[in-house]
Ligand binder design. Structure first.
Ligand code: SOE
Length: 415
């Protein structure tokens, strides 16, 4: 039986393949294979949920996308020393570090990926930019617009590529919605309606802070569902429907005190457990946004509906491979909501995945995002959102908090 041996050599280029008694050795000097000619050595910071998701993307991307760049899992850094070695071994990281500053200083690392709690993004991004590294950052970009602005200034001064992992843009059904909008099928847009609902913090006994529960600690997270969930909805909305001009909102904290894992004592809860806001878009459409972690039975109900003059589209992440489409121009007796199964080769990203009818899910949105990012490095057209684009979302979040506090409409500031 012919055994195929692939020789992976750093910085190679391809000319030939050689048949040996044990199989065919592929060499990377063959003109017909474009991928893997450039290494991008990654230093990942954070080994929690997002650290796992990003590690998976780095490992998978070259198997599905034909790219010049090959991410190399160089080193992972985490303050969680108990689990770090296991994490590094399981995901194939070459080394582990416990001090992110040492990771950023390493000469053998090209890109820093920030997957640690929100309150660490600013300092790490500034140091990484100063060290001339490419910077990838988990959402939200920062705790506040002011922090995010400084991050944008630093990376633009250093002229380093950046990317923010707003992954839902890369769900094929959401990307199809973007295509349908760009094709002008909806006509004038009247309404944008978005919500992101969860239920995992209803229990008042759930502590705040510490490794897994930093999202409940305002010092680590900056805000509650606004930064964690609505930032996704806002990023998608701006991408699909253009800039948001003004907002009016309300927040609520249902459980006012929780034990903090770092002190073992009761501390006030500073995050928003629920947040609602109204918005006006630059295109004249009117919007509602809602996020909560108190919608019993809802786990990750990330939903949007857009109503235009001619047609509407609707998406629900609990049914992620479906896009609903209604077109008023269909013959009257055939008018109905179409339930598009987004899995054909013609649909966004799907030619890279499985055969039509089979599906992709949450982790694929990160792999698709990474592929876009690496392709952007390759062709000099930076994938979006970069830090500057993500700043727009941060500025809207600031305006929502300001509007909730003032109980009035607030104009969204300059990004
Ligand atoms: C919170 O529960 C969370 O994990 C967010 O932090 C993610 O960004 C979101 O995609 C799913 O929910």
């Amino acid at each position: 039986m012919l055994v195929l041996v692939v020789v992976l050599v750093a910085g190679f280029s391809i000319t030939s393949s050689t048949r040996t008694t044990t199989g065919t050795i592929l060499r990377r000097d063959r003109g017909d294979i474009k991928n893997l000619t450039k290494q991008l050595s990654i230093g990942l910071i954070g080994s929690g949920f997002m650290g796992r998701v990003h590690s998976n993307a780095y490992r998978q991307v070259n198997g599905f996308f034909d790219l010049e760049y090959r991410p190399v899992l160089k080193a992972v850094c985490s303050r969680n020393q108990e689990t770090l070695a296991k994490f590094a071994l399981n995901w194939g990281w070459e080394a582990a570090e416990t001090d992110w500053r040492r990771l950023v200083e390493r000469k053998d690392i090209d890109a820093i990926d920030i997957s640690s709690p929100n309150n660490t993004h600013h300092a790490i991004a500034l140091a990484a930019a100063q060290a001339g590294k490419t910077v990838l950052c988990e959402k939200p970009l920062a705790c506040t617009g002011a922090e995010a602005r400084e991050m944008v200034t630093a990376v633009e001064k250093a002229k380093v590529p950046t990317f923010v992992w707003f992954n839902y843009r890369r769900v094929p059904a959401v990307a199809l919605a973007k295509q349908i909008l760009d094709e002008g099928r909806l006509g004038r847009i009247f309404h944008y309606r978005a919500s992101f609902l969860q239920d995992w913090t209803i229990n008042p006994e759930l502590p705040q802070g510490g490794t897994a529960l930093w999202r409940l600690d305002v010092d680590a997270a900056g805000s509650g569902v606004l930064g964690d969930l609505l930032s996704h909805a806002i990023d998608t909305a701006i991408w699909l429907n253009g800039p948001i001009l003004s907002v009016a909102g309300a927040t609520e904290t249902f459980v006012k005190e929780r034990v903090h894992q770092n002190t073992g004592k009761m501390h006030p809860v500073g995050i928003d457990d629920a947040c609602l806001f109204l918005a006006r878009f630059g295109n004249g459409s009117l919007a509602t946004f809602e996020a909560t972690r108190y919608a019993r039975g809802r786990k990750a109900k990330n939903v949007f509906e857009i109503n235009g003059e001619n047609a509407s589209i609707a998406f629900d992440f609990e049914d992620p491979h479906r896009l609903q489409y209604f077109d008023h121009r269909d013959p009257a007796h055939l008018q109905a909501w179409r339930n598009i199964h987004v899995s054909a080769f013609e649909h966004p990203y799907h030619k890279h995945w499985w055969v039509p009818g089979t599906t992709t899910g949450y982790e694929h949105s990160f792999i698709n995002a990474l592929a876009d990012f690496l392709e952007g490095l390759e062709n000099g057209k930076p994938a979006q959102p970069d830090f500057r684009a993500a700043l727009q979302t941060q500025v809207v979040c600031d305006a929502v908090l300001a509007a909730s506090r003032a109980q009035k409409w607030v104009v969204v500031g300059e990004a």
